[in-house]
Each structure stands twice: as structure tokens, then as C-alpha cells.
Design a protein around this ligand. Structure first.
Ligand SMILES: NC(=O)c1ccc[n+]([C@@H]2O[C@H](COP(=O)([O-])OP(=O)(O)OC[C@H]3O[C@@H](n4cnc5c(N)ncnc54)[C@H](O)[C@@H]3O)[C@@H](O)[C@H]2O)c1
Length: 350
């Protein structure tokens, strides 16, 4: 039985808490949040009576074996390190941290303590990702030498902590780009990034004046502070010669939203967003292959359940996680290098 505490009980925490409650090998023993009212509400909702407003107090509870960290990005690294040092396994939401230095400190603590640290790269746990990975592992796509990913929101700066750089570490790149950079890099076989060129733009602000079009807002929506970029793009080159191009926005003068993730190999290609599709060649003819599966798209709820169950299994059976801390570090290096390149106007060597 794994005894779990959840730190940060805002929007995404439901996708951790529900699978924990449904897992027969887990007992959800405690919740923690700075916001006392939210904490009380969530305690009642999920039937959890051990509630803390300070993560330090939760970590002192010797009954707890593992924690999920679902707080703002600025506290991920500190809480992860404190939890590891308090002998807990850790599942930390993406991004692992706000800076590379913090990410390296978490990695050092994970190595030193020998506890499991899993990064919340939830897209790795999607059923369509797992299916595509089988094709890639069987060499059906050959060598993957290019990937291209976009998450372009016309209007979708969530406000609140997301648009306060001191709490988020950045805008759409660190919030949305982290997912698609990770999934491309993971499916490409995690080649070592060697150089990064990027641009960020803050041209449109958060456009909170727009009427007649609704958009995603943070739990504590507040448009008054916005010091994050509204568009970022980046070109990442890997040691094996492969490259990845990504562009992401919170707001853009675009006709429609765009979500796409494409991978190109020398034997075949694939799209994983918006839907799984495979491109191949047979008898001198190019084929678009549409798998007959229950869910061609990214199944958010199922992927979180898979992610939580995988974490629980790794903790209980001392297995290696498919989203280890060193991958969190590499992704932070790529994200950070895009920001660094944008700031200096130069390509960054890693
Ligand atoms: N994997 C995904 O697809 C996904 C989706 C959304 C959010 N996230 C990540 O989850 C995290 C939380 O996002 P959210 O949308 O739930 O935000 P949110 O604002 O809805 O919730 C965050 C909660 O954490 C609490 N909190 C902040 N700092 C704290 C601290 N030091 N100690 C205790 N509580 C603290 C806040 O009071 C709030 O209730 C972020 O890191 C975000 O990047 C991941």
C-alpha cells in the first residue's frame, strides 16, 4: 500500500487525486494548499481529513510515502527536494522547475536519496503515444530526423500565476511548449540537444479586452499582471543531426487555434496531434494509415490515470519510471536555451 499526499489542490490536482482514489494499492492520506478555503473544500470533496497549509508540515508526516506536487512552477524544485530529503517518492507536475540550476539540484537530490522522481510528462502516458512508440521501436518509421509541433492559441492567456513570470518562469513556452517538446524528443529516442535558436514576442499582451470569444482561465484568474511572452518559437538541433521546430502562443492574430505534432522518418512519418496517423510507402505508393483504435486523439483523463498508476507501480515495485528526473533536466535545458537565445539574439550551444 502506498500512502500519498497531494501538494497544491487547484485545477490539475483532480487528475492526480481521482486516479489515486481509484487505485487499490493507494491510500490518499493528506492534502496541502496555501489557499485554506480551497483546501477545506477539496478535503470535503475527496473525504480527506488530514489537511495542511504548509508543505513542510505534510512532509513531516511519517505516514506519507509519496507526494504529487501540483503547485505553481516556482515551488516545484524546492518542494521536490524537501520531499526527497524527507524520504518521499515524488511525482512533480511539468515543468520540473523554472531554471536548469533548479532542475540539476532536484536531480542531485533524487540520485542522493535513491527515491523515485517522476516528472509529469503526461503525454508520454497517452494511449496513442504508446501505440506510436511500438511502431517507432519496431523501426517502422526508420530514423526520425525531423519533428514539428505547434500549440497556437488565438486567445488563451490563463492569467493569474500563469502570466506572472516570478511564479511561472515564462509563458506559452514553459506551459505548453514543454509538453510538445518533450513528446517529440521522447519519441525521437531522446537524442542529446546540442544547439537551440529561439524567439519570443510580447506584442499583443493578454488581450483581456476581447469580447465574444471565451478562453481558458486559471483557477485564480486575474488579468492585471502579465509579464510573460505571448509567442515563442524555437529550433532545436540534436547530436544525431535530427531537428525539432516548435511554436506556441497564448495569443496570436490567427484565424483559428492550432494543435499539431508531426514526426518525420526515412521510412515513414506520423502525426500524434490532433490525431494519430501514420504515413508510409508500399508498392511505390504512399499510404496514409489510420489505426483502428478507440481513441485516435490524446485522451487526457486516461493518460493521467496511466501516469498515476505507473508512478504508484514504480514506487511500490522499485521500478524505473518512463519519465525520470534526467529527462526533466534535458527538457529544462531546451526550454531555457530558447529563452536565452531569444534574449541574446544568438544560437545557444548546450
Ligand atoms: N500535465 C498537464 O497537462 C498540466 C495541466 C495543467 C497544469 N499543469 C501543471 O500543474 C501545476 C498546477 O497548475 P494548476 O492549473 O492546477 O494551477 P492552479 O492555480 O489551479 O492550482 C495551483 C494550486 O497550488 C497552490 N499552491 C501554490 N503554491 C503552493 C505552495 N508552495 N504550497 C501549497 N500550495 C501551493 C495554489 O494555492 C493553487 O491552489 C503547474 O505546474 C502546471 O504547469 C499540468
Amino acid at each position: 500500500m502506498l500512502k500519498v499526499g497531494v501538494i497544491g489542490v487547484g485545477s490539475i490536482s483532480h487528475n492526480h487525486i481521482k486516479p489515486y482514489l481509484q487505485n487499490d494499492n493507494v491510500e490518499l492520506v493528506a492534502l496541502c494548499d496555501l489557499n485554506e478555503q480551497r483546501l477545506q473544500e477539496k478535503g470535503e470533496k475527496y473525504g480527506v481529513t488530514t489537511l495542511y497549509t504548509k508543505h513542510e508540515e505534510l512532509l513531516e508526516n511519517k505516514d506519507i510515502d509519496a507526494v504529487s506536487i501540483c503547485t505553481w512552477n516556482n515551488s516545484h524544485a524546492d518542494i521536490a527536494i524537501a520531499a526527497l530529503e524527507a524520504d518521499k517518492h515524488v511525482l512533480v507536475e511539468k515543468p520540473l522547475s523554472m531554471t536548469v540550476e533548479e532542475a540539476l539540484a532536484v536531480e542531485e537530490a533524487a540520485k542522493r536519496t535513491g527515491k523515485t522522481l517522476q516528472v509529469g510528462f503526461v503525454r508520454r502516458h497517452g494511449s496513442n503515444t504508446k501505440i506510436l512508440k511500438q511502431f517507432i521501436d519496431q523501426d517502422d518509421l526508420g530514423e526520425l530526423y525531423y519533428a514539428k509541433a505547434s500549440i497556437l492559441r488565438r486567445l488563451g492567456n490563463p492569467g493569474g500565476w500563469f502570466s506572472d513570470i516570478s511564479k511561472s518562469g515564462g509563458g506559452p513556452l514553459i506551459d505548453l511548449g514543454v509538453h510538445v517538446i518533450d513528446i517529440c524528443w521522447y519519441l525521437m529516442g531522446r537524442p542529446r540537444p546540442v544547439s537551440v535558436s529561439g524567439n519570443t514576442y510580447s506584442k499583443l499582451g493578454n488581450r483581456s479586452h476581447i469580447e465574444n470569444l471565451s478562453f481558458y482561465k486559471a483557477a485564480d484568474y486575474d488579468p492585471s499582471l502579465n509579464d510573460v511572452e505571448d509567442l515563442a518559437n524555437g529550433l532545436i538541433r540534436f547530436e544525431n543531426g535530427a531537428s525539432l521546430y516548435v511554436d506556441v502562443s497564448f495569443t496570436l492574430q490567427a484565424k483559428q487555434d492550432e494543435l499539431s505534432v508531426k514526426l518525420f522518418g526515412d521510412k515513414g512519418g506520423a502525426e500524434i496531434e490532433p490525431e494519430l496517423a501514420i504515413v508510409t510507402e508500399k508498392n511505390n505508393t504512399i499510404l496514409n494509415v489510420a489505426p483502428q483504435i478507440d481513441n485516435l486523439g490524446f485522451d487526457f483523463t486516461q493518460a493521467f490515470t496511466n501516469e498515476i498508476n505507473h508512478f504508484v507501480e514504480c514506487c511500490l515495485d522499485n521500478k524505473a519510471t518512463i519519465a525520470p528526473v534526467e529527462d526533466g533536466v534535458q527538457v529544462m535545458k531546451m526550454l531555457n536555451a530558447v529563452y536565452e537565445s531569444a534574449k541574446t539574439g544568438k544560437e545557444i550551444q548546450l
